[in-house]
Ligand binder design. Structure first.
Ligand code: FE2
Length: 365
């Protein structure tokens, strides 16, 4: 199976089957194993569902190794959505810290129980749920980084709580400004840049005893930059709490890999390069290196073009070199279809080849 953008598949020419049931608002929209047709594609489109798991001939034998199952991801996202909506309604209702802490503990157990510590970011997103999905993704990637930094369980819990709530202040910012497609005016920018302080104030006023000082600092400082050019307090270097420094890397990385109203998402391998290039100015570079070291750059099932012009599908990861996976050849460098030949290229062995780019489908260049 593989993850595809439904806009790039041709259901009239090829056969595609739904590999994992697709949900919309908690209801099954398409069951596993259903064959896709134009009608279904239209339905997905009307629900704003762009990415789905399908099984087809070329992806046979591929099992994407999700960090968190789609079901769990959806469940946690709904918890975050509920909690953020409660916060928006006012302090008499507000957040339920028990629910949030239990959700974090469960996820932490899932992640630490896996021996494989490569992190495959979730790319299935609903445009209306950006804030909740973003909060969840940022929390999970913070946890991975925290684990690499040998944080103990208590520290990881604090890191995750701050990360899950890092953008809670956005529920108090006008959504028209947050979702504005065009360029922001300077007044609008000022409004958006209030969110770290709004969030910090909200949790301090209402959950002063239940949320640790460290978690609160993540909310306040996640837009500070290593070079002192961030906000709200233009802190620099070590003056920014370490946990906030982790969160700021995870925050930018996740934002880059999501479609937004004002720009298209960029693929994970490019986002990784971009984060690296920002490393010295915006972030703590040691954290950047650690963060990127375990991110899966090319997910299993991605279609890629190699440096010699051949095309293939990412078949498996090389756990110690996540930018050089094992590729199953689909089209050779002379343009000949090789999909049935079962030829595998291990990029650790084939040292002169590299992945030039990720493609939307086998026909793109
Ligand atoms: Fe933020």
């Amino acid at each position: 199976m593989r993850l595809v953008n439904v806009n790039y598949i041709d259901v009239e020419k090829y056969e595609y089957y739904v590999a994992k049931s697709i949900y919309s608002n908690g209801i099954v929209l398409l069951q596993e194993n259903v064959k896709l047709n134009l009608n279904y594609i239209k339905q997905l489109d009307s629900k704003n569902i762009q990415y789905i798991y399908i099984s087809d001939e070329i992806s046979e034998g591929i099992e994407p190794n999700d960090t968190i199952s789609i079901e769990k991801y959806r469940e946690v996202k709904e918890v975050i959505k509920d909690q953020f909506n409660m916060a928006k309604k006012g302090k008499n209702i507000g957040l339920n810290m028990n629910i949030i802490n239990n959700t974090i503990s469960e996820l932490l157990d899932t992640i630490t129980s896996k021996r494989d510590i490569s992190y495959s970011i979730n790319e299935i997103r609903m445009s209306d749920d950006y804030l909740y999905e973003h909060s969840l993704n940022v929390m999970v990637s913070c946890l991975y980084t925290g684990i690499l930094m040998q944080y103990d369980k208590m520290k990881l819990q604090k890191l995750a709580l701050g990360a899950i709530l890092h953008d809670i202040g956005k529920v108090f910012v006008d959504s028209d400004i947050l979702n504005k497609p065009g360029k922001l005016t300077s007044e609008e920018r000022v409004e958006i840049e209030k969110h770290p302080e709004l969030g910090y104030r909200y949790v301090s006023d209402n959950y002063g005893n239940e949320i640790s000082a460290l978690s609160k600092q993540i909310i306040l400082q996640h837009h500070e930059k290593w070079n002192g050019k961030g906000y709200p307090n233009q802190l620099s270097g070590d003056l920014i709490y370490e946990m906030a420094r982790i969160c700021s890397v995870a925050d930018v990385f996740d934002a880059l890999t999501a479609d937004r109203v004002y720009r298209k998402k960029i693929p994970i391998y490019k986002a990784s390069e971009y984060i690296y290039s920002l490393g010295y100015n915006d972030f703590d570079f040691d954290i950047v290196k650690l963060f990127l070291s375990r991110i899966v750059k090319f997910k299993q099932g991605s279609i890629v073009k190699l440096s010699d012009g051949a095309k293939g599908i990412v078949y498996d990861q090389n756990k110690h070199m996540l930018d050089r996976p094992i590729i199953k050849l689909l089209v050779n460098k002379n343009g000949k279809n090789m999909a049935h030949k079962n030829i595998f290229i291990d990029l650790i062995e084939e040292k002169t080849l590299f992945i030039e780019k990720q493609l939307e489908n086998i026909f793109s260049n």
